[in-house]
Write a protein that binds this ligand. Sequence first.
Ligand SMILES: C[S@@+](CC[C@H](N)C(=O)[O-])C[C@H]1O[C@@H](n2cnc3c(N)ncnc32)[C@H](O)[C@@H]1O
Length: 236
Amino acid sequence: MWMRNEAMRRFVSRNRFVSFLTFGVHSAIQMKLLGGHKHPVTLRRLKQARADTDSLLSSDEAFILHELAQAQAIYEGDLAEFGVYRGASAELLCMVKAHRTLHLFDTFEGLPAPKGKERKVFVKGEFNGSLKSVERKLSGYENVVFHPGFFPDSAAGLGEERYSFVHLDVDLYEATLAGLTYFYPRMIPGGIILTHDYSIIDGVSLAFSEFLADKPEHVIELPTTQAMIIRSAHTA
Ligand SMILES: C[S@@+](CC[C@H](N)C(=O)[O-])C[C@H]1O[C@@H](n2cnc3c(N)ncnc32)[C@H](O)[C@@H]1O
C-alpha cells in the first residue's frame, strides 16, 4: 500500500470543512489537554506560531517539535527545516533556537511534481507558501537563512555546516530521500532528524527504510504521525 488511507487523505485535505472537523477539532482538543499540564510559555509559543498561519502540524506534533529542537539547540551546530510552507513550524524553531543559525529550505511555490502513485494524492504546487510572507513572519528572529528553490539544488552553495536538529516535512518520497541523503552525513553525533507524516504517508516511511538499510540507526516512531532518528556517535 503506497499511500495509507489514500482516498481519505485526499478527501480531507481538499475539503476545508471536513479538514476543520477532523484535523482542526482534533488539534484543538490536544491543545486543551496540553493546557492542563504543560508550561504556559510553551503553550503561548505553540499558539503564536500558528496564529493567522495555516499549519499542518497537530498541537501534539508542534509540541514534540518544540521540545526536541529546544533540547538540541544547546549543542554546537545549526538547525534546519526542509518543508516550510507558511512558516508555522519554522517559527517554533525560531523561538527555541537561541543564537543558533536556522536554515529553511523550500520552493516556496509548493510541492514539485509528484511522481508515480504519488500523483493520486498530491498535486504540483500544493502547499504553496510565499517566500515574502514567511520572511515577514520570521523577520523578528536573527540568524535565519532562506534557501528558496528545489532541494537538493538549493543546498548547493552551502559549506561545511553541521546540524544538531533537522525537521523534514516534505510529503514526497523523493524529497524525503534527498533530505536524508543530504543531512545525515552532516549531523553531529546525537543529532536528531525528525520527520512529519511517517506513519501516514508510505513514501516518507519507504524513504527512511531504504536510506537506513545499511546504517546503524533505527527509526523511533512517536505516538503522533512523526518519527525520528538519532545520529549514532559511532558513525558521525
Ligand atoms: C507539508 S508542507 C510543509 C509544512 C510545514 N512544515 C508546516 O508545518 O506548516 C511541504 C512543503 O515541502 C516543500 N517541498 C517538497 N519537496 C520539495 C523540494 N524538493 N524542494 C523544495 N521544497 C519542497 C513544499 O513546497 C511544501 O511547502
